[in-house]
Design a protein around this ligand. Structure first.
Ligand code: SAM
Length: 230
């Protein structure tokens, strides 16, 4: 076997473990009857969105469960300026891995074409724009059963999650998958770790740690918080 083939096999394995972790969360939120839809914050290549979409159809067909919808949120122009504390001092920002415009992926049209292979057109929604503009305008009766938070920065994580908690849109039992939990040398002072710690305090979140998936991700189940729907 060539070294190129071996390298490619390792890369595929790591990506498969990431998508597998998300697929398990999809199965959990259907299997455990968690109320609401699924959202992804950070679509870039469309790979994880596609995996989530396919898993939704699979679990629905396997167990005859009622359909959920998938909301896909991205700026489609990459990361915003990482100009907020603690992002300004985080290892990934200071090393230049996370810069404004970085992580820009496929276009809305390309993502739409990809998602049509996974889910019927009326089952997913592509929401283009900065989270600070798009998420606060969600209707008050929206509910999420699963969130895939894959937007790297502390600031972006706060921008998408604060309005969801403030408006009580996160259901009891919601699975939250943080893709970048182990980034920034896994330092809790930065990124998604810092954001979730602040959210937990601000909204008095009661949650279970569901553990790691692939090298970078961590999953939690939300049980209760201030403003949680009954
Ligand atoms: C690491 S990539 C996501 C990878 C993706 N899940 C995949 O499978 O390829 C991070 C994405 O988050 C988006 N993003 C980060 N912060 C954002 C914000 N504040 N508003 C909107 N999109 C944001 C970026 O545009 C980028 O596409």
């Amino acid at each position: 076997m060539s070294i190129d083939q071996s390298v490619s096999d390792v890369q595929s394995l790591m990506q498969r473990k990431r998508v597998e972790g998300l697929m398990e969360a999809v199965y959990y939120c259907y299997g455990s009857a968690v109320v609401g839809d699924i959202a992804e914050f950070g679509t870039m290549t469309g790979a994880t969105a596609y995996g989530i979409g396919v898993a939704m159809l699979a679990v629905e067909r396997q167990y005859g469960l009622p359909a959920k919808n998938l909301d896909l949120y991205d700026s489609f122009v990459g990361l915003p300026e990482p100009d907020r504390t603690p992002d300004t001092g985080s290892p990934h920002v200071t090393l230049g891995h996370w810069a404004a415009g970085g992580c820009q992926g496929i276009s809305v049209t390309e993502l739409d074409a990809m998602m049509r292979e996974a889910l019927p057109e009326d089952r997913y929604r592509i929401v283009e724009g900065w989270y600070s503009d798009t998420v606060p305008s969600l209707p008050g009766d929206k509910r999420y059963a699963m969130l895939h938070v894959d937007c790297d920065l502390y600031g972006s994580t706060m921008d998408c999650m604060v309005p969801l908690f403030e408006k009580g849109l996160i259901s009891r039992g919601c699975a939250v998958c943080f893709d970048d939990w182990m980034c920034n040398q896994a330092d809790p002072a930065f990124g998604e770790r810092k954001a979730f710690a602040e959210l937990a305090e601000r909204f008095d979140i009661r949650c279970s740690d569901w553990g790691a998936y692939t090298w970078s991700g961590a999953r939690f189940i939300i049980h209760d918080y201030n403003g949680c729907p009954k």
